[in-house]
Design a protein. Structure first.
Length: 112
């Protein structure tokens, strides 16, 4: 094989390099990581059972420090897994069921 043919094949291989959207991969990983945590799973279960609940009710019921509950809720909120709703001076946390369905669909496709 001549050097020109070898160079041409190498160039073709380089052009066919895999393109990965690393920004979206990182966002997806953060979303999955948000769910892959025992305490956040407990938070999510409690919020779902109560339909809507304040951070105060959450940390009292789960016997957590307020700051710990708030940090984990912020992670779930950033991932779009829970949302908030203001009612006067109270802020309620609500499960984003549509987002959970999207995540379940994605994970199902990913592992199959």
């Amino acid at each position: 094989m001549s050097q020109d043919v070898a160079d041409e094949e190498k160039s073709t291989i380089e052009k066919a390099a895999i393109k990965v959207d690393y920004y979206n991969v990182k966002k997806a990983a953060l979303t999955l990581r948000a769910l892959n945590h025992k305490l956040r799973q407990q938070l999510l279960k409690l919020i779902d059972e109560e339909k809507k609940i304040t951070v105060t009710e959450i940390y009292v019921r789960l016997k957590l420090e307020q700051s710990v509950a708030s940090q984990h809720l912020a992670i779930l909120r950033k991932a779009g897994i829970v949302s908030t709703e203001r009612d006067g001076k109270f802020i309620y946390y609500i499960v984003n069921h549509k987002r959970i369905e999207e995540i379940n669909k994605f994970v199902g496709e990913l592992v199959n």
